[in-house]
Design a binder for this molecule. Structure first.
Ligand SMILES: *Cc1c(COP(=O)(O)O)cnc(C)c1O
Length: 364
């Protein structure tokens, strides 16, 4: 049966492989599988959040507060904005989908870096928009401005720090892009890993405040990474009321669950958990940098909770990822992005020990 032709060129999103698959296919004990493929928080769920989820499990029959009053108020307070400037999504992914449906169509194009979050392209293609990419995998401000002048895209995606490469673009450069484009072009600042970038270097810290003064910019954040709630599916967009009001027209009712809503509210009460998560990450990522140097291949300096290893002529990323998988270590092969590279989420000390051990076995 024929579907809309706009869908013909869409490759379905390839998610990080689940632990269950490795258990099924290779007969490895679930406890022996190390998943470093989806940029989840390796510490796990904040205990105060899991307690709140458990204590409210009996409320699963109730729809959530559709206004999401408490969560929006907490985010508004954290960022110094108004509740009416916040929209909640089932992951920031859902906000990305709203953006596509609100601003793109077959007559428009979108601009993004050569290698970036796969969903930008998928959501854009769903509505028939044309994809334009800068030449480099890194976000380079001059490339963005040149491509903007040439193609006049309706939406520009700035993924900072960038997934799956880990590079970032400074606040000043983001502002320069916003100020250089026409007010009818929306600049999306996807800050899914902002907590990590901001902790590493202040010049990369971008807050919703930084973009609020512009009529054509939106900041996206998520609870899936540093907040450790990937499985609860909560993200948000912050922009001026006109944009938020537009996006609300596309929102299905009750778009996150009762338990997700309270988990996110609870998570915002404990910033210490986020700080501890970032601190563990900063300590452990050094081991990955040293490991690359020791074994003679390159890595991309990372502003995220993962590191991207560039194998060059040295190893084949597909072979390495497949063999690690057989040993119960799940990482992300970037061959489908046209890179002979792998992306590894930084785990706990123990998980990282297991990665290094398995990697050494594979290259021997
Ligand atoms: C993980 C991620 C998101 C959003 O994830 P959700 O779980 O849908 O909130 C958005 N952008 C990038 C670049 C990501 O890596």
């Amino acid at each position: 049966m024929k579907a809309n032709t706009t869908l013909d060129s869409i490759k379905t999103y390839e998610a990080g492989k689940p632990i269950e698959l490795v258990v099924r296919e290779f007969g490895i004990e679930p406890s022996a599988v190390v998943k470093l493929a989806s940029n989840e928080n390796p510490i796990g769920t904040n205990p105060s959040v899991s307690k709140a989820i458990a204590a409210n499990a009996h409320k699963a029959h109730l729809y959530p507060d559709d206004s999401m009053f408490e969560l929006k108020a907490a985010l508004a307070e954290k960022y110094g904005v108004k509740s009416t400037e916040v929209i909640i999504g089932a992951g920031s992914d859902q906000v990305l989908e709203f953006i596509s449906r609100a601003y793109l169509n077959e007559e428009t194009s979108v601009l993004m870096s050569q290698v970036t979050f796969a969903m930008y392209e998928i959501y854009a293609k769903q509505v028939g928009a044309t994809i334009v990419r800068t030449p480099s995998y890194q976000h380079k401000v001059d490339e963005f401005l040149a491509a903007y002048e040439e193609h006049k895209p309706k939406v520009v995606y700035i993924c900072t720090p960038n997934n799956p490469t880990g590079d970032a673009i400074s606040r000043d450069d983001v502002i320069r892009i916003i100020e250089s484009v026409d007010s009818e072009t929306l600049v999306v600042v996807d800050g899914a890993y902002m907590e990590y970038a901001a902790a590493k270097d202040e010049i990369y810290r971008i807050t919703p405040q930084d973009i609020m003064g512009y009529p054509n910019a939106i900041f996206l954040g998520t609870f899936s990474k540093a907040y450790g709630l990937g499985g609860m599916r909560v993200g948000y967009g912050i922009a001026n009321e006109e944009i938020i009001h537009t996006l609300f027209k596309l929102r299905p009712p009750f778009n996150i669950t009762t338990l997700s809503l309270l988990a996110a509210i609870e998570a915002l009460k404990d910033e210490q958990f986020v700080d501890d998560s970032v601190a563990l990450h900063q300590e452990q990522i050094k081991r990955y940098e040293e490991f690359a140097v020791q074994h003679g291949f390159e890595y991309i300096d990372s502003y995220t909770n993962f590191i991207t290893y560039l194998f060059g002529e040295k190893y084949n990323s597909t072979k390495i990822s497949d063999e690690l998988l057989r040993k119960g270590v799940i990482i992300r092969n970037l061959a489908s992005y046209g890179m002979n590279a792998v992306r590894i989420t930084i785990g706990t000390g123990k998980q990282n020990d297991r990665f290094f051990e398995a990697f050494l076995e594979v290259i021997e």
